[in-house]
Write a protein that binds this ligand. Sequence first.
Ligand code: NDP
Length: 249
Amino acid sequence: MTVRRAAVTGGNKGIGLAVVERLAADGFSVVAMGRDEAALAKVAAAMPDTVETVACDVADADSIAAAFSATGPFDVLVNNAGIADSAPVRKLPAEQWERLMRVNALGPLLCIQQVLPTMMERGYGRIVTVASIAGHQGAPYIAAYAASKHAVIGLMRSLSAEVAGTGITANSVCPGYVRTEMTDQSIRTIRSKTGRSDDEAMQILIGRTRLGRLIEPEEVAAAVAYLVSHGAAAVNGQSILIDGGDLQQ
Ligand code: NDP
């Protein structure tokens, strides 16, 4: 069987790294993309036979084009790179809105445009975007982040309608709080705004969840691994919640 080739943006840390590790273990040839070249070098050193790395800033169209043309073509794209920030709507800086929309919504579109022509020629492809539970519901202080994740889910749903029946699928995974640096940053923000301890800040994040704990990056990677499998050929246009059952569609 031919080895399938997968691109994972933000593949050097957190959820993206767990996806890279899982797809490499599942027999894919993986290209991990990111900006932090030291972190990329560690990934390449840890999985030299299965993983290549390339610098790629998903906020920069030229950087995306260079990274994909140097390493493609791909059978699988996992749009995982993303950033978070917070502010109350009344004070939300336009710059924060534009930055989050650029990285979290425009970045995935530009990456999809890099892989789609070849996928359409071949009649095969799997595209998965790591969105968020914030792509399904808003919450205080995360308007820009929630808007960017709603936007990218809309992108994936529309793409799924365009590619339906071609052998390509387009889906999103939507985790709640995952044990990564992004969540550590949320804890630090709660701590600095409220004066609570780290444990109290963690309770604010997970206290009202049914799961009662953070989600592990590997749990998100497991859902991605399913969606990119041959067996998921009929799953298209979905945004799968990985939140322990808090939101039910
Ligand atoms: P981390 O902060 O741990 O990692 C973020 C990743 O995105 C890094 O690999 C980073 O690479 C990359 N990245 C950020 N900006 C850019 C950019 N401009 N160009 C290329 N790569 C970039 O976060 P997570 O692993 O938690 O987040 C991964 C995805 O999961 C994000 O889309 C996030 O919104 C989503 N998510 C996270 C949740 C959580 O609770 N943590 C919950 C739901 C969704 P580098 O440092 O090299 O730029």
